[in-house]
Design a protein around this ligand. Structure first.
Ligand code: KMH
Ligand code: ZN
Length: 274
């Protein structure tokens, strides 16, 4: 099996300090958490940023500040994966801007619209095509976020139109109310739909985070943990940090003999030129 790529989704757009007071929201807090996650074994940081009032932001100023601090704090340097999903309701121009201006190694790409809890996560086909096209033009590797099995067929249609690379890296985000839940059979169903040259990771939301991560370890996929998806360590017990969630996964992976990828190894696996 190839080495395990662990992504830490340290902040998110919807998680608040009321949900977990340890949520990192400033560049300094994000750098501290990212460094601890990388030290624990994470090779990718999925990044959302906040403004001074802790509100989700897609502004270049906030991304630049956080990325600068994270790069300075982390050794080795993780892949920083900018979120183009943003918060529900964010304008598409603002979601595209960090890609065009900052040309990150990797960025998330949401290709379908859906109910997202009590909100609507809107991804108009024209906007998705524009965003995917910009990523291709700039050499930014997309991580295709898929919340339901039909999203995979949609990604394959986009691939045929030349909007996605010949080898797609998927993130199966399972457990969003409005998408597919994080039951074991749903994950195996998703993995059966992708092409053999593709790669996948899974992000289980809330109580699904740990079982989905454990399945990914034994199935040969990759995984994501962190406060964007889940703020608990156990039922009713808040996690003390993002790193605590990464450390647990690394312990489990080691116990079952799955080696954890360094950032350099993750770049090779994902196809990022270093
Ligand atoms: N905040 C969610 C509505 C992504 O980062 O690409 C979308 C999201 C996905 O977090
Ligand atoms: Zn996100």
């Amino acid at each position: 099996m190839e080495k395990l790529i662990i992504t830490a989704a340290i902040t998110g757009a919807e998680t608040t300090k009321e949900m977990n007071p340890h949520l990192p929201t400033t560049p300094e807090e994000q750098a501290r958490d990212a460094a601890a996650c990388v030290k624990a074994g994470a090779s990718v940081i999925h990044l959302h940023v906040r403004d001074k009032n802790e509100k989700a932001s897609q502004s270049l100023e906030h991304f630049k500040a956080s990325i600068e601090e994270i790069r300075a704090a982390c050794n080795p340097k993780p892949i920083i994966q900018i979120s183009t999903g943003g918060a529900v309701g964010e304008a598409m121009e603002k979601r595209i801007a960090p890609i065009v201006h900052m040309k990150p190694e990797m960025a998330s790409l949401n290709i379908n619209s859906m109910n997202f809890g009590e909100d609507i996560f809107l991804n108009h086909p024209h906007d998705v095509a524009k965003l995917a096209g910009e990523m291709q033009r700039l050499g930014v590797i997309p991580e295709v976020e898929t919340y339901d099995s039909g999203d995979i067929e949609l990604a394959q249609r986009m691939q045929k139109k030349g909007l996605l690379p010949s080898r797609i890296h998927y993130q199966f985000v399972l457990g969003v109310p409005g998408g597919l839940s994080g039951e074991a059979h749903n994950l195996t169903h998703m993995t059966r739909l992708i092409n053999k040259e593709d790669s996948w990771a899974v992000a289980g939301i809330g109580r699904y985070e740990l079982p989905m991560a454990v399945m990914a370890i034994v199935m040969g996929g990759h995984l994501r943990v962190g406060f964007e998806d889940n703020v608990y360590y156990h039922k009713g017990v808040l996690a003390k940090s993002n790193a605590e969630l990464v450390e647990r996964i690394v312990r489990i992976a080691k116990e079952v003999g799955r080696e954890v990828a360094t950032p350099a190894e993750a770049r090779k696996l994902i196809g990022i030129a270093s």
